[in-house]
Structure formats: C-alpha cells, structure tokens
Design a protein around this ligand. Structure first.
Ligand code: ADP
Length: 636
C-alpha cells in the first residue's frame, strides 16, 4: 500500500494517449456504449468481491447486498456509476487506469492504418473499457476504496483524457468505486433518466448484479404541499443471462452478453446455449466471434471460457474447458459439479473438468459444422478468420480428427479460385469412378500451386486437385492420411499411380519408350549424382520438360522450406528427377553428343524444375552462367 497522500500528477503511458484519441474519434457515432463499459466493469468488481468472500466472508463487512448505482447531478453536469464491489487501492488505480495491461497493445497500435473507418473496426476488436468514458466526458474522477482498505485509504484518480492524470489519497466511507463523469457541454442527454434507463435496458439487462437508479415519487401531501421523495428502483433484470429460460432471451440479449464477456464491440457470428443435467450439471454459452482478436496467433496469450461455479464468478480464461485450437471461442461455463474454492491447479487434472471439456469440444465442433451446413456465407467468414487455427485441431485432437477434417476448406482446381470453399466431402462427391485417392499439392502461394508442373497430367485427365497454400497445410497433411476411407496423396510425392486408369495399349507404348531412354537416364544420374536420388521418366507432365518429386517417405519440398525458414536442421534429402519423354527439349538432350553441353542441359533442367516448385537454387549464379552459355551457343 502506498503512503502518498498529496496530489500527484502522472503521465499516461504513450499507448494510452494514442488509444484514447483514436477511440474518441472512432466510437463517437456509438457513444452510448460508454455506459455499458462502466457497468460491465462495476459488475466485474462485484463478481470479484463475491469470489474473494468465498474464502473470507468478513470482506463484506456487513454489506453483502451488491449493486451498481447510477446517479445524475444536473447542476454539476455529472453522471456517476457507483458500485460496492472490490474497489481499488491507489497502486491498483494507477496500474489499471494509467496503463493498458494487455500485452501486445503497443504492437497493435502500430498496426493501425490511420484510416478512421478501418481503425474503428480494429479498435472494436480490442475492447477499450474504462477509457470509453472520455467519449462523453471532458473530465473523469474515480473515487475508489479497496475492500481491503480503511476509510482514509481511498484513492481519487482524475484525468481530462489529455495525457495526464492525478492521484491522491482521500477518504471514502464505504467500499467500492464511484466513476464520476463530468459530461461535455453537448452530452447533456446523458443526464436524462429515461435515456439512461433505455441504455441500461438495452445493453446491461443481462448483468447479474442489480443496476439501480433513483426514481422520484410524489408522496403524501405535507402541510398542503406535495413532497417529492426518491426511491431506488432496479432497472435491469439482474439475473445471470444463462440461467434464464432460452425462450425468454432475445438475440439482442445474447449479443449484449457476448460484448460483456468478450470485450468485443462487434456482434458475435453465432452462439450456442446449453444446459446439461443428470450425472454432470452445467450450463454453457459459447460464441463464435466475427473477427479475430489481434493476438489470436499468440498461443501463449490467456484464453478460455469464463468459469462460474453455482453462478458465482470464479475466473476468466479458464483454458481447461476447450482445446487450444478452439481458442477463438468465447463464452461462459457455469457448473454445479465443482467446489466453489476451485483453483486453476485443481482444474488441471480434474476428471469432471475433462468430461466437460470433451462435451464442450463436441458442442463447439457441432456448432461449426451446423453453421457450415446451414449458412455457407457465415461459415466462409469463420473459415477466413479462424481456418488456420481450426487446422491445428487435425494435429492436436486425434479423438475428433474426423470432425475437424470435415470442417476444412481448400482452394481447388475444380473452381479455379483462390477462395477456400472445397471440403473433403465436396471433393469425394466429384471423384472419378475409378479414382480412390484425394489428390493435393502444397505450395507457398495459390499461383505457385495452380501453375505447378505436377498438375499437368491431372488437368489433362480432368482429375481435381486440392491446392494447399497455408504454411500449416504441410503439417496437417502429414497427420491426416485419409478422409472417409480415401487416402490423401500429394501429387508431388512418390510415383504416380494413375496406372490403372490407363489402357493396355498406352502401357505397352510407355514401356517401349522407357527402353529408349535407359542410357540417357543413366547419364543424367551420373552428371547430377550429388543433387538427385534418381532420374526417371514421367508421364505426369504435358507441357513442362521435367519436375522434381519427393520420395514417398521423404519430407516434401514445401515442408523442407518451412522447416529451414524456421531455422530447423533439415535432413539432407535428394529429390527424384522426372523427365517428360515427349518434350522437345528432352528429345534434343537425348541427341546431344557433347558431354559438357549435356551436363549443362541436365543442370539447367533440374534448376528449372526446382524454380517451378517455388524452391530456391543453392547456386543461382551457376544456373545463370549455364543458361547464358546455351543461349550464346544458339545465337551463333
Ligand atoms: P478491462 O475491463 O477490459 O480489463 P478497463 O479499461 O475497462 O479494461 O478496466 C481496466 C481495469 O481497471 C479493470 O480490469 C479493473 O481492474 C479496473 N477497474 C475498472 N473499473 C473498476 C471498478 N469499477 N472497480 C474495480 N476495478 C475497476
């Protein structure tokens, strides 16, 4: 506890200043949400006090009737949001109101574009809470007394939102926090009771703690004059939303509750509210957001559901209830099965928690597959935003691998578009009669995949190939060997067994052709010995002279590039070099008499094949030198 008593002026952290300015501009059109944010904070403060009281009931000090009170003072032009929750010490006020605790805030702000419309969207993802008070107030005073502090140890924090704030020790007779907004001249509408009531009904109806306002009442006449008295009236339903009957909850209620739990300013995409009774008893409310939080990619950032036990808030970010690859799902779980004094450590190995996690995972996957089946447009939004995270599930959740795999969407040669819309089921539905594999190719970009020489034979035969271009795809394909009994086969790996689709005559012709190339293949292998594993003929190419393929059990070229880029030691594997016997350049090479020119041709064809795959040459200067040598010979 600090001993400072005099008024002290402090500067905001740089990012707070920037955020404030941006927020005031971008949220102005929806300014009434400041009240939702302040009530949400007050409700969290009440939750935290209830939680602390579980192990120390004395903390209530005789006042366990927790409530949030909204009062206005028309003369002073102030609107006050008061709570009798956990409160803040001076240090806490400084820590929580003078900085933004969320990690990555600075990086986030650096990504803002300066374009207000776009940035308003971004700021929505971020959740700004307390600072939204400055949208309507030109000065905010917070008077707070921590539940653990004495009356003369309260703090007064004050700021005009201009980069500085002051803190001072003051005294406050009761526990909790008053947030006093000195409204801007043109924001007097927020002094009107009816306006406030309608905002509270709209945004904070679901808050479990009562939100009360004073209501004027004409009481009995006293000495011939009507006397006005005030009485408190609860404005919201004051019942935890998820405990209410589903039929009594409107979509708008669900949306507002989502904003409270997720700190997102935007509506959720879909939700699923369920009560489980019987051996295990719990209620869950799961939401899929519309957009990704800025730190989605950081697997270490706290994530998870809000946990309640018997309707008492226990903790945020209880990560044990959903697997990591569903970290984008927000919501709550409220259970009667766990003790009120449950800790993160206890959650860790608890059998009941594990059962809930399994059931909630199934529920979340079910919600995703239902959406995919019923509303393709919305599912596309989910896929674009969270698809790469969902893919982690193929690798990490073996028990549900099939369900996760069914959610995947890919670009495909079928529709010639970069948009990932093809599912394995779509693919299987379009497979040729005698086709028994799901063919795919991995590459860095859609264009590299689409124009890969490996696709030539497939295009010619009209066989569909999935185009996998996310970094994680190679990893996914390594873990997913089949879907519904159909094996997944990389078109760039192993020899192609489109054989049974060939007629006898073609097979015979090809065998004869192979004989005529035997010595040439041997010569190529000799020349390129330290660069390739084997040289062989291929019939997979129609327009390219050559390509490289990985042996069935070797890492693919794409995987090798990813591992190398990640700084990993990659075992040295050599590709198989395949040449197209019908290509003019190959015919030309077969007739080449000059050994050194033959070697140049062989190296150039191999280098080209590597480039066509999106690979990098170990020695580009050599390639250029050889190519120029051949061009010069032609020019002579
Ligand atoms: P968030 O609510 O997303 O954490 P805010 O900017 O709204 O962010 O609030 C920052 C922090 O200030 C809160 O996490 C809380 O610790 C503290 N705080 C805000 N309002 C109150 C309040 N009424 N009572 C106690 N603490 C509060």
């Amino acid at each position: 506890m600090t001993t400072a008593t005099g008024k002290q002026t402090r500067g905001f952290k740089a990012e707070v200043k920037q955020l404030l300015k941006l927020m005031i501009n971008s949220l102005y059109s929806n300014k009434e949400i400041f009240l939702r944010e302040l009530i949400s904070n007050a409700s969290d403060a009440a939750d935290k006090l209830r939680f602390t009281a579980l192990s120390n009931s004395e903390i209530y000090a005789g006042d366990s009737d927790l409530r949030i009170k909204i009062t206005v003072d028309k003369e002073r032009n102030t609107l006050t949001v008061s709570d009798n929750g956990i409160g803040m010490t001076l240090t806490e006020a400084e820590d929580h109101l003078g900085t933004i605790a969320k990690s990555g805030t600075k990086e986030f702000l650096e990504h803002l574009s300066g374009d207000q419309a776009k940035d308003a969207q971004m700021i929505g993802q971020f959740g700004v809470g307390f600072y939204s008070a400055f949208i309507v107030a030109d000065k905010v005073t917070v008077i707070s007394r921590s539940a653990a502090a004495n009356a003369d140890e309260a703090v007064s924090w004050e700021s005009q939102g201009d980069g500085e704030y002051t803190v001072q020790m003051v005294s406050k007779p009761s526990r909790g926090t008053d947030v006093i907004l000195h409204l801007k001249e043109d924001e007097k509408e927020f002094l009107e009771e009816w306006r406030l009531r309608s905002i509270i009904k709209k945004y904070s109806d679901h808050i479990a703690t009562p939100v009360v306002m004073l209501k004027e009442k004409e009481s009995d006449e006293k000495e011939g004059e009507a006397v006005k008295t005030c009485e408190e009236e609860t404005v919201n339903q004051a019942k935890a939303l998820w405990t209410r009957n589903k039929n009594d909850i409107s979509d708008e209620d669900y949306k507002q509750f989502y904003k409270h739990v997720s700190h997102d300013f935007d509506d959720p995409l879909v939700w699923s509210h369920n009560r489980v009774e019987g051996k295990s008893e719990y209620t869950s409310l799961l939401y899929i957001p519309k957009h990704a939080p800025f730190d989605l990619w950081n697997r270490d950032v706290p994530h998870g559901l809000k946990l309640y036990v018997q309707r008492v808030f226990i903790m945020d970010d209880a990560k044990q209830f959903l697997p990591l690859y569903l970290r984008f799902i927000k919501g709550i779980v409220d259970t009667n099965d766990l003790p009120l004094n449950v800790s993160r450590e206890i959650l860790q190995g608890d059998k009941r928690v594990e059962n809930m996690r399994n059931a909630l995972t199934k529920r979340a996957l079910g919600m995703l597959s239902k959406l995919a089946a019923e509303d393709n447009e919305k599912y596309q939004t989910v896929w674009k935003t969270f698809g790469t995270v969902i893919k982690e599930g193929v690798v990490e959740d073996f028990a549900n691998q099939k369900e996760v795999a069914a959610l995947l969407r890919f670009a495909s040669t079928h529709n010639n578009s970069e948009t990932q819309t093809t599912s394995f089921e779509d693919y299987i539905g379009r497979m040729k009669n005698n086709q028994d594999k799901i063919y795919y190719i991995t590459a860095d970009t859609y264009n590299a995949a689409k124009s890969s020489p490996h696709l030539e034979i497939f295009n010619q035969k009209g066989i569909e190939v999935l185009l996998l271009t996310d970094k994680i795809d190679e990893w996914v394909a390594a873990h997913l060997t089949e879907f519904n009994g159909k094996k997944l086969q990389s078109v760039a790996k192993g020899s192609l067994d489109l054989e049974d689709q060939k007629d006898e005559e073609t097979k015979k012709a090809e065998e004869a052709q192979e004989k005529t190339y035997e010595s040439m293949l041997a010569q190529i292998k000799k020349v390129l010995d330290n660069r390739i594993k084997e040289a062989r003929l291929t019939h997979r190419l129609t327009t390219s002279p050559a390509c490289i393929v990985a042996d069935e059990h070797d890492l693919g070229g794409q995987m090798e590039r990813i591992l190398k880029a990640a700084g990993q030691a990659v075992p040295e594997t050599k590709p198989v070099f395949e040449i197209n016997p019908d290509h003019a350049l190959i015919l030309r090479l077969r007739d080449e008499q000059d050994d050194s020119r033959f070697a140049d041709w062989a190296h150039i064809l191999l280098d080209q094949a590597i480039l066509a795959e999106g690979g990098a040459l170990a020695n580009p200067a050599d390639f250029v030198k050889r190519l120029n040598g051949l061009l010069l010979a032609l020019a002579k």
